[in-house]
Design a protein around this ligand. Structure first.
Ligand code: G1P
Ligand code: ZN
Length: 544
């Protein structure tokens, strides 16, 4: 094996965002762009020699080419062994599971999650550490610093690795093992959930579901688990073939982009249960017949009912949610007598709490839910958790949610996304609001008086690292909230997110339409910032 040292020059735009480095495919294809980043990752790791690495991606355009390049760089840098998902596929949670199960030192996951793919679409890469979770900020910042000074990388001569055949190959000294991307993950799920009860539910003939894999990575996982192991009828999984451009879709499981599924669940012979996952399989959307489960509610409901699931029968240690996620989970934590942590947006902030065994469940409003079984959010895991609850409680999705509101009250919640807006205008809205925050406390807006207004900062309780500027929050005296944040995952212009929450204890008002219930708070958000005029947008692109 011949190792070449290639002279390169730094790119200044390789700072990882909320979840790794995401750019247009055309950017990743610039000379040395991917190579630089991968070499920067290797330069930053302390122990490289002989390490075991996990490698795979969501199958989007450029996945296979990138894997070939990464394998050559890994071999040239002394990596001992790489476990690669067959076909270059690994869902994000499966990659996390495999890193942990085989004691790998880390993993490289190729995905831009829910962003569209294809030659004109996005690509992404992120590094996960030995616990199976996304690299913490300290490491991503060190990688970024390295990308700014990198001037060479090591790579073997061209070599073609056969990605579609299970088994071991070699590239010089480095072993490459092509593994089944689904089996280990499916086994883990079978250990956590009551597969017997879920199978009975399907066998009864009185329960039907549809799972929309959105032509992304979860197709093979969902077919194996739902249709083969659990006996759901063939065809339960729709759009199950992973495609490089996701069938020209936007693989984000929400009411806007998972339209096919939504139409089926709101149609006349609706199945009882609907679910979807995103590009890399870490997000989930849960639907009942003509009923949408708000992701923040989903986290709270899973926590409140965890004792019904074999893997969590002993109870949960605590819950964590990202700051903009609704406070529904806080109420459950209080009732259970366990702590509830509030972290910045992004899964990487849950890792320390999970490793330190402070929490068992965690989640975000952005269709992300997970637990200590891996160190990523996990789409199919959430779907199986819900199926387990439906089987154990013998209630429909809607009945489970309404019973939960009855007991805990309802945290009425919505997120409004203004996608692809002018970055300067969006930064202006945020900067001006940040400057105005100190004067807001005590001011009255309609029925609401401001109790607290700040730019959210987080001190990690385990390693005491500080993360600042994580979103502007305006909290009113009754606990209602407005949060403004700029997305850290987009690749075009800026995306402004407005998160709105109001607590409704009155059960007679729980049927109220979400947007109607939040209308006056949304009007206050505009009154405070005039963001609609400044962004030149009448309405959000996506409402969740
Ligand atoms: C978005 C979500 C965030 C999630 C991330 C990765 O990040 O809001 O909760 O962790 O995607 O899936 P954002 O674009 O808001 O930075
Ligand atoms: Zn994702």
């Amino acid at each position: 094996m011949n190792v070449n040292t290639i002279t390169s020059h730094p790119y200044t735009d390789q700072r990882p965002g909320t979840s790794g480095l995401r750019k247009k495919v055309s950017v990743f294809r610039k000379p040395h762009y991917l190579e630089n980043f991968v070499q920067a990752v290797f330069n930053t790791l302390e122990e490289m020699a002989g390490m075991t690495l996990v490698l795979g991606g969501d199958g989007r355009y450029y996945n296979r080419e990138a894997i070939q390049i990464i394998l050559r760089i890994a071999a040239a840098n002394g990596v001992g062994r790489v476990l690669v998902g067959r076909g270059g596929l690994l869902s994000t949670p499966a990659a996390s599971c495999i890193i942990r199960k085989y004691g790998a030192q880390g993993g490289i996951i190729l995905s831009a999650s829910h962003n569209p793919g294809g030659p004109e679409g996005d690509f992404g890469i992120k590094y996960n550490t030995a616990n199976g979770g996304p690299a913490p900020e300290k490491l991503t910042e060190a990688i970024y610093a390295e990308t700014l000074r990198i001037d060479r990388y090591r790579i073997t001569d061209p070599h073609h690795v056969e990605l579609d055949t299970l088994g071991e190959q070699h590239l010089g000294e480095m072993a490459i093992e092509i593994i089944d991307p689904v089996a280990d993950y499916a086994d883990l799920m079978a250990n956590l959930f009551d597969f017997h009860a879920i199978r009975q539910l399907f066998d009864s003939g009185r329960f039907r579901m549809r799972f929309d894999a959105m032509h992304a990575v979860t197709g093979p996982y969902a077919k194996e688990i739902l249709e083969h192991r659990l006996g759901a009828e063939p065809g339960t999984v729709m759009n199950g073939e992973p495609l490089a451009d996701f069938g020209r879709g936007h693989p984000d499981p929400n009411l806007t982009y998972a339209r096919d599924l939504v139409d089926i669940l709101w149609g006349c012979s609706s199945p009882d249960f609907g679910a979807a996952s995103d590009g890399d399989g870490d997000r989930n959307m849960i639907l009942g017949a003509r009923f949408f489960v708000t992701p923040s509610d989903s986290l709270a409901i899973l926590a409140a009912n965890a004792h019904l699931v074999p893997g969590y029968r002993q109870g949960i240690r605590g819950i964590a949610r990202s700051m903009p996620t609704s406070q529904a989970a806080d109420r459950v934590a209080e009732a259970l007598g366990v702590p509830c942590y509030e972290t910045p947006t992004g899964w990487k902030f849950f890792g320390n709490l999970l490793d330190a065994k402070r929490i068992t469940l965690c989640g975000e409003e952005s269709f992300g839910t997970g637990s200590d079984h891996v160190r990523e959010k996990d789409g199919l895991w959430a779907v199986l958790f819900w199926l387990n609850l439906v089987a154990a409680k013998r209630q429909s999705v809607e009945e489970i949610v309404r019973a939960h509101w009855q007991r805990y009250g309802r945290n009425v919640y919505s997120r409004h996304d203004y996608e692809g807006v002018d970055a300067e205008a969006a930064n202006g809205v945020i900067d001006d609001l940040r400057a105005a925050l100190p004067d807001l406390v005590g001011r009255q807006y309609g029925d609401y008086r401001v109790a607290l207004a700040d730019d959210f900062a987080y001190v990690d309780p385990i390693d005491e690292s500080v993360s600042e500027s994580q979103g502007l929050r305006i909290i009113f005296e009754d606990g209602s909230r407005l949060v403004f944040r700029l997305s850290g995952t987009g690749t075009q212009g800026a995306t402004l997110r407005l998160y709105v929450e109001r607590y409704e204890p009155d059960t007679t008002r729980h049927g109220i339409d979400t947007q109607e219930a939040l209308a006056d708070l949304i009007a206050i958000a505009d009154e405070l910032t005039h963001f609609r005029r400044r962004l030149g947008r009448e309405a959000p692109t996506v409402i969740t």
